[in-house]
Design a protein around this ligand. Structure first.
Ligand code: SF4
Ligand code: SF4
Length: 245
């Protein structure tokens, strides 16, 4: 990740974002993420956001979520877009059967919001009562997310035009028709650019979705859960490449 020096103000941060290179081959998604992040920083500049406050926000992942959230809203409202003809419905939860141990990469803002939404429901049945690999936030009786309004972008971005494909994927069989739309890759690319640009200034962490929901549902406090759920640095790059960003 080549960059010149530690940015000390917004002008230097902007230059760092423009210059930094991520691991792996450049992608159109990374180029787009960079352009949108620069626009975001220009907006912060025009609103005279103090540098320390901006760094704190960038570290939390909120800018990545705002940029990608706008992309997701655009995709969802496009009648010819990926959300046209989807099979998704309340109580349909094969997508909440998580693969791997992490179950997805989320930002600090998402992890904190998810834990806060689930904490009042600690001790209730988790998704494991329905399927051994289901997310702990899933209500096994209704098969609905107990933190629906606080669910991370990766959950909002997973859609399918064929629920049978979801059932097959959940059991480890590849199938066409289901997957994560581009907004999640965009968020990961923005977050990775922020991490690279802020190297030496601030850490920019990511967290394992499955560990956050399990900790919250089992009554663990937020600080302990976030500490345990924090991912190693390579997780963001691995996840970014998994989504082609
Ligand atoms: S992604 Fe698949 S399992 Fe999830 S709600 Fe949509 S159709 Fe159902
Ligand atoms: S947080 Fe909610 S929507 Fe996301 S995987 Fe868990 S139960 Fe499903």
């Amino acid at each position: 990740m080549a960059k010149t020096s530690k940015p000390r103000n917004l002008t230097e941060l902007r230059a760092s974002v423009a210059a930094v290179r991520l691991k792996g081959p450049a992608t159109s998604q990374t180029d787009r993420a960079r352009k949108l992040l620069l626009v975001y920083l220009d907006a912060a500049d025009s609103h005279a956001v103090p540098f320390a406050e901006l760094v704190k926000s960038l570290r939390s992942g909120l800018p990545a979520l705002r940029i990608a959230g706008a992309e997701l809203a655009r995709q969802a409202s496009d009648p010819a877009g990926p959300f046209a003809g989807i099979d998704c419905a309340a109580g349909c939860a094969f997508c909440c059967i998580l693969s791997g141990t992490d179950g997805g990469t989320i930002t600090a803002a998402e992890a904190e919001q998810l834990h806060a939404a689930l904490a009042p429901q600690r001790g209730k049945n988790t998704g494991a009562a329905w399927h051994p690999q289901a997310c702990a936030a899933l209500d096994p009786a209704t098969r609905q997310c107990r933190a629906y309004d606080a669910r991370p972008l990766i959950c909002r971005s997973y859609i399918s035009t064929d629920v049978t494909a979801c059932a097959e994927i959940a059991e480890g069989t590849p199938a066409a028709g289901a997957g994560v739309v581009g907004a999640q890759g965009l968020a990961l690319a923005v977050h990775a650019l922020i991490r690279a640009a802020l190297e030496g200034v601030s850490q920019v962490p990511t967290y394992a979705l499955a560990r956050i929901t399990a900790g919250a549902m089992h009554g663990e406090d937020a600080a302990t859960t976030l500490r345990a759920a924090r991912q190693p640095p390579r997780a963001l790059d691995d996840e970014r490449r998994r989504f082609g960003a």
